[in-house]
Design a protein around this ligand. Structure first.
Ligand SMILES: Nc1ncnc2c1ncn2[C@@H]1O[C@H](COP(=O)(O)OP(=O)(O)OP(=O)(O)O)[C@@H](O)[C@H]1O
Length: 267
């Protein structure tokens, strides 16, 4: 087992209520597992708690109750720091997830410097390999983020996420800000990397059709709870929960494709 979350709950203080503080419960006893090499999708409407769950799995925030284990290390414990570099994240907002004053090469070197496992003389060749892996050439190395398109910058973010050869990459709406053709290119890249590097993904998204393209399993989240899980993408049209059905029907309506046509395309 790569990752296991058991009964994870999280509340936040409601904003603007300093005299009479009130809590909002964002996650209510969420449990899930991710196996080595598996891609698990998480879909749900805005505000259902998806990104909060992603932060808890990464150890960026602590749950109020419940546990998260990554490779049998309790996330947030001392021992966990040794495995922390085997997990990375790609966010939706590629523009703010990099330091705008850094050139691409410095962005790619950040995780290497933190891991401190590679001699700096090897950074250059490693950077070239990384850029090639994500479909960019060496000429991007000296560019600043504002000199890249959104799709190119998201490729740089993906390159940074795989720099230390992690086991698990959390993709938090990683394709949502891109236009449709670029989304498809990035999805293809993620499929290729998964195969080549035997990566596991936790794919947080609103886009149910993208889930069918990339994931082995999908979890539906509503108001801080996992309300349904589908283990076979081809059977996704069999979802039972009314909320999951609404999401599926909305995805079909927006794209104008029928389920059978879509499944034939991705098979
Ligand atoms: N640090 C925080 N302090 C207070 N409230 C927070 C905090 N982080 C998240 N929330 C609240 O928790 C709820 C869930 O937020 P979260 O970002 O996890 O949802 P989401 O499903 O990822 O939404 P979206 O799809 O819009 O990104 C929201 O109501 C949000 O306002």
């Amino acid at each position: 087992m790569l990752l296991r979350a058991d009964q994870v709950s999280k509340s936040y203080r409601k904003p603007g209520r300093w005299l009479k503080p009130e809590q909002t419960t964002v996650l209510k006893g969420v449990s899930l597992t991710i196996q080595q090499g598996e891609c698990v999708g998480l879909v749900g409407e805005s505000g259902s708690g998806k990104s909060t769950l992603g932060r808890l799995l990464m150890g960026i925030e602590k749950p109020d109750s419940g546990t998260v284990y990554f490779r049998n290390h309790l996330v947030n414990s001392t021992g966990y720091q040794q495995v922390r570099q085997q997990m990375s994240v790609v966010f939706q907002d590629y523009g703010t997830s990099v330091n705008r004053r850094y050139r691409v090469k410095s962005i790619l070197e950040e995780p290497l410097k933190i891991a401190n496992k590679m001699a700096s003389k090897d950074f250059q060749s490693h950077n070239i390999r990384l850029l090639e892996t994500v479909g960019l050439s060496e000429k991007f190395m000296d560019r600043y983020p504002h000199e890249l398109s959104g799709g190119q910058l998201q490729r740089v973010c993906i390159a940074r996420a795989i720099a230390n050869q992690p086991d698990l990459v959390i993709l938090d709406e990683a394709i949502s800000s891109l236009d449709v053709t670029i989304q498809l290119q990035i999805l293809d890249l993620l499929v290729k990397l998964r195969k080549e590097m035997k990566l596991s993904y936790f794919f947080i998204t609103h886009d149910l059709l993208a889930v069918t393209y990339l994931c082995d399993r999908v979890l539906f989240m509503k108001e801080g709870e996992i309300i349904e899980e589908v283990g076979d993408m081809k059977a996704l049209d069999q979802v039972a929960h009314p909320y999951a059905r609404t999401l599926l029907e909305a995805a079909m309506k927006v794209t104008g494709v029928t389920w059978n046509n879509h499944i034939q395309k991705i098979s």
